[in-house]
Design a protein around this ligand. Structure first.
Ligand code: ISL
Ligand code: CA
Length: 631
């Protein structure tokens, strides 16, 4: 049935036929430990939405059902049919490396990484096999959220350098045959941005409508939405007698994309950077830009389930696709300009609506569901079960036919090190890091490495809150303190999830090598043992494993464009093939910390790489890659 005909009387199977409905149902199924195929059971499929509250003992309420129906009605029905042809593109063949500029390389001893520092390390990246660099924000910013709070879209933050340095970096990359992807933060600006300042000073300013201002009283926020960084999503501005919306920190004010002039400003700004030679963009929380008009209150049950209230009104807003199509047509109107959306909360079906080749929107998205086991959040301290990763990627590789392309990543600046989540024990670090790299370079999709991942960098042994710099961590600690949680428990939670694990300086050598001064944030000293210099040339190292797999991927069409064929295997083993024409690879991964039996591949397979013994059973976390001798 078409989405507009969905009501509370609709049945689960109608919901399951709808892209958003199916993503919600499947993720609920995963959360409660059921197979996503559970909804195809005819009995389950026949259940009417209106009976769900009764059936679930009111754990799902009427308002939840209404919110789900309303959301589905905003989403285009049909996901494009599979069978779209494969389109080749540089970014599908590329290995992307994310740089966190503040922590990569300092060039002038002030303890803060900068553009000249990055320039001095380009030969290293080239030698690793990197094709494109994604730079986290380098724009002018008061750095409340480390640059994701932009004060001026057309200026470089002084501590990072100048526009001339930026041009030199672009030239340096291009000379070496590498490309540059910029971070584009357009869901919000800093409260110090000129637009916001003018809007604040004058209610009649044309900029007032660039944001979500609501006049009112200081004791009654306009709605119950909460911020991702704790507390209400509304900040009171006494001088204006008004509230303004911020989904992130109280200095990150949400932009109102309903305003056409704002959209034009953004298009022009993107074009301005493209003229400077930028090859693509990573679009920060881009699925949040369209909010339900009127900003209605969030459903409290959904809020409890996902931890943030109001999200159903903006994670896939009514005009999202329209805005993205405009950006594609006016700002990224070149198929070589890659547009990668960061889209928290988007599942595989909804993802297809964003990245389908027939859609004219984005090229790829970053989702995060694979980073935590179902029922867990980033702030839980637990051992990640790789069996979930296998199920998750097996499903996505199958769901995405030739007309869609996925990103493959484990680490970034918003998450602790994945290697530590899988197994924090130092004796397993190298094997797990190689296993994860193998997944990234042999599955179908574009691998994104985050600085330090290539040496197997692990979480940091922070011991006190004072060592952390991230606004999210400090806000969370304050919130937990206010609600009476004991300090030791607070620190344990913050330590499990803090984004600062990946924001400490890049470990270049045993002395650090990041700065001659005092770094703006200090690591725990692990750089003495885990660093680039120590691993360079050591064929058993994590670094050389990355180099070898990147080279292997580059030499093979099957590893880039080939189909993914998942083979039957025991629960603790993940086994798949990649095939294009006569060329074929076989990958086997031990997902556990124990030796695992392995069905030996047939005589036509030649071992290409092994992170363990390479014969007999798989060692803990061992990864093996074979090439078919027929190919
Ligand atoms: O940390 C989160 C919520 O607890 C994540 O949802 C994260 O904030 C989300 O992935 C959005 O991240 C991006 O936008 C933020 C910024 O702080 C992150 O660094 C950025 O990657 C706001 O701009
Ligand atoms: Ca510096």
């Amino acid at each position: 049935m078409p989405a507009r005909d969905l009501t509370r009387r609709s049945r689960i199977r109608d919901v399951a036929r709808h892209p958003l409905g199916r993503d919600v149902i499947e993720s609920l199924a995963l959360q409660v430990g059921r197979s996503p195929r559970w909804v195809t059971n005819p009995l389950v499929g026949a259940v009417r939405l209106s009976t769900l509250p009764r059936l679930t003992g009111r754990r799902i309420d009427d308002a939840f059902v209404d919110a789900l129906v309303a959301l589905m009605r905003t989403v285009p029905d049909a996901v494009a049919p599979s069978g779209m042809p494969l389109r080749e593109a540089w970014f599908k063949e590329a290995v992307v490396y994310q740089i966190y500029p503040r922590s990569f390389q300092d060039s002038n001893g002030d303890g803060i990484g900068d553009l000249r520092g990055i320039l001095s390390r380009l030969d290293y990246l080239k030698a690793l096999g990197v094709d494109a660099v994604w730079l986290s924000p380098i724009y002018d910013s008061p750095m409340d959220d480390m640059g994701y709070d932009i004060r001026d879209y057309r200026a470089v933050l002084a501590e990072f350098g100048t526009l001339d340095d930026f041009d030199a970096l672009v030239a340096g990359l291009h000379e070496r045959g590498m490309r540059l992807i910029m971070d584009l933060v357009v869901n919000h600006t800093s409260d110090e941005h000129e637009w916001f300042q003018q809007a604040l000073a004058d209610p009649d300013s044309p900029y007032r409508d660039y944001y979500f201002f609501r006049e009112g009283e200081p004791d009654a926020a306009p709605n119950n939405w909460t911020s991702f960084f704790s507390g209400s999503a509304w900040r009171w501005f006494e001088e204006a007698g008004a509230w303004a919306l911020h989904l992130f920190s109280s200095k990150q004010m949400d932009l109102n994309w309903e305003n056409a002039a704002l959209r034009t400003e953004i298009v022009e700004m993107v074009r301005w950077w493209r003229e400077r030679g930028v090859d693509g963009f990573r679009l920060d929380v881009i699925n949040y830009i369209s909010k339900t008009p009127g900003l209605p209150p969030g459903n409290p049950l959904i809020g409890r389930l996902i931890g943030f209230t109001g999200m159903e009104h903006y994670f896939h807003g009514p005009r999202l696709h329209e805005h993205l199509k405009q950006l594609r047509a006016e700002a990224f109107d070149d198929p070589d300009c890659v547009a990668i959306g960061e889209t928290p909360g988007i599942g595989p079906q909804m993802g297809k609506l964003l990245v389908g080749d027939d859609r004219g929107e984005l090229d790829m998205i970053f989702n995060f569901e694979h980073l935590e086991n179902p029922g867990r959040t980033r702030f839980d301290d637990y051992r990640y079960d790789l069996g979930y990763l296998k199920r998750y990627y097996t499903r996505w590789q199958a769901e995405y036919g030739d007309g869609y392309w996925m990103s493959l990543f484990f680490d970034n600046h918003d998450n602790p090190r994945f290697v530590s989540k899988v197994d924090p024990r130092p004796e397993h670090r190298v094997a797990v890091a190689k296993l994860l790299a193998t997944v990234q370079f042999t599955l179908r999709g574009t691998p994104f490495l985050y600085q330090g991942q290539e040496v197997g960098a692990a979480n940091q042994g922070f011991t006190m809150l004072d060592q952390l710099r991230d606004v999210e961590s400090h806000n969370l600690a304050a919130e937990l303190t206010a609600s009476g949680v004991a300090p030791a428990e607070i620190f344990a939670r913050v330590l499990a999830g803090t984004r600062d694990h990946t924001r400490v300086p890049m470990a270049w050598d045993a002395t650090g090598g990041f700065t001659t001064g005092v770094p703006w944030i200090a690591g725990d000293g692990s750089h003495v043992e885990v660093n680039v210099a120590l691993q360079e040339g050591d064929l058993d190292s994590v670094l050389e494993w990355h180099r070898a797999l990147i080279a292997l991927r580059r030499s093979s069409r099957a590893l880039v464009y080939g189909e993914t064929i998942t083979e039957r295997s025991s629960r603790r083993v993940w086994r798949y093939r990649r095939r294009a024409g006569a060329e074929e690879f076989l990958v086997a991964l031990n997902l556990s910390d124990r030796v695992a039996r392995l069905r030996a591949p047939g005589p036509g397979w030649m071992l290409e790489r092994a992170s363990g013994p390479g014969t007999g059973p798989l060692a803990p976390y061992e990864a093996r890659v074979w090439r078919s001798s027929a190919g």
